[in-house]
Design a protein around this ligand. Structure first.
Ligand code: AMP
Length: 363
């Protein structure tokens, strides 16, 4: 039997977080502000979230015994990354309420299922086809007839498990490189720019969405989020409606992000759903009374959702890899500096972020 939350987790109660990265760290900080405790489960002894929580368990996500011992100390369990094994989420759900649930996890772990689901809601995505063999990839490329991207169905992030392909031979080769992992071939989209929407849904169906930031990526990693970006007021509203449809259809509880391609004809395509707080929502820490992190804690704790209104414009820049060595220079800049306490600088690693506010102009 899956456990459900029968009443809100009161101050002094404990939220369990699977995953100990920077998202877990900022969730734990937000929970503390509401008088809630946090327990973090992660397999990395140097997890940034371990520094700021009330207790932690070092263990493997596949170790169902360790995971259930951890869960016994929690009133509700949530996660900060989407690759929690489905079996772990299902097992946990028998011990403690797990929010958002196993359904959202399973769906967003598989790009084919996810895109098929998004289409079933009448929302737009790039064209896509399932491919698992070099022959299928070559045939799919011929059908698509244009530049595409092969993406593994599972376990890809920040451009990992992805290859841009410009010929049938290319597409076939990509499947070999991915060791024949079940994949999709997606049409390469000539978008105007990228955006996202970060939204929350409560167990009672309540819904709150933040204004959509425009997002710029470099080497597949988020470089900056700007709000308001180039989205029109109508696109901002459409983005929120897209999130509402997805949240309702999943019976989702918690914060999630929908990554969008904003097309030159001004339509919005759904690229990906992240069933968690999201890097492109970090600016909400300073620009909103209730950040995405507090909103997630509120939602999974059964509390009322907070007001997502923005009281300032914001530009959030990630601090990536070696850039973190310049922390003293960032500290001199006017704005909010967040450093994640990671033990080691590595190329491409998200080490912190910096948010600069300016007076509110428009949505
Ligand atoms: P994803 O892992 O699907 O979020 O993709 C990472 C990034 O790759 C996106 O944010 C885009 O910048 C780029 N990208 C992914 N899919 C496509 C596509 N079909 N067309 C154009 N760019 C894409």
């Amino acid at each position: 039997m899956t456990k459900t939350l029968s009443s809100p987790v009161p101050p002094g109660g404990t939220i369990g977080i699977l995953g100990g990265g920077q998202l877990g760290r900022m969730l734990a900080l937000a929970a503390a502000r509401l008088g809630l405790k946090t327990q973090v489960f992660c397999d990395n002894p140097a997890s940034p979230a371990f520094h700021v929580c009330d207790g932690h368990t070092l263990g493997k996500f596949e170790d169902l015994h360790a995971v259930s011992m951890f869960a016994r100390a929690c009133d509700v369990v949530t996660f900060e990354f989407e690759n929690v094994p489905a079996a772990t989420a299902e097992h946990l759900a028998e011990v403690v309420p797990v929010l958002p649930g196993a359904k959202a996890l399973a769906l967003t772990q598989d790009r084919l299922e996810e895109k098929t689901f998004v289409r079933s809601l009448g929302l737009q995505t790039s064209p896509f086809m399932a491919v698992a063999t070099p022959e299928e990839a070559a045939d799919a490329f011929a059908t698509l007839g244009t530049t595409g991207v092969i993406k593994t169905r599972r376990l890809g992030y920040d451009g990992k498990g992805q290859a841009k392909v410009t010929s049938a031979a290319n597409a076939a080769a990509a499947i070999r490189v991915f060791h024949h992992a079940p994949s999709i071939l997606e049409g390469f989209v000539d978008f105007a720019f990228e955006a996202s929407v970060i939204a929350a849904r409560g167990a009672d169906g309540s819904f709150a969405a933040y204004d959509s930031p425009e997002n710029a990526h470099e080497h597949h990693i988020l470089r900056r989020s700007i709000v308001p970006g180039r989205l029109t007021a109508a696109q901002n509203e459409s983005a929120k409606e897209i999130a509402r449809k997805i949240g309702d259809a999943l019976g989702y509880v918690g914060v999630f992000a929908v990554e969008l391609f904003v097309m030159k004809d001004s339509s919005l395509l759904v690229n990906e759903i992240a069933p968690r707080v999201h890097n492109s929502g970090h600016w909400t820490l300073e620009a909103c009374a209730v950040s995405q992190f507090e909103q997630h804690i509120r939602a999974v704790g059964g509390w009322p959702l907070g007001d997502p209104a923005r009281h300032a414009d914001a530009v959030m820049e990630n601090i990536i890899g070696e850039e973190a060595a310049n922390w003293a220079e960032y500290a001199r800049r006017p704005g909010a500096l967040h450093l994640y306490g990671k033990a080691e600088i590595r190329p491409g690693r998200k080490m912190g972020h910096f948010t600069q506010l300016s007076p509110l102009t428009r949505t």
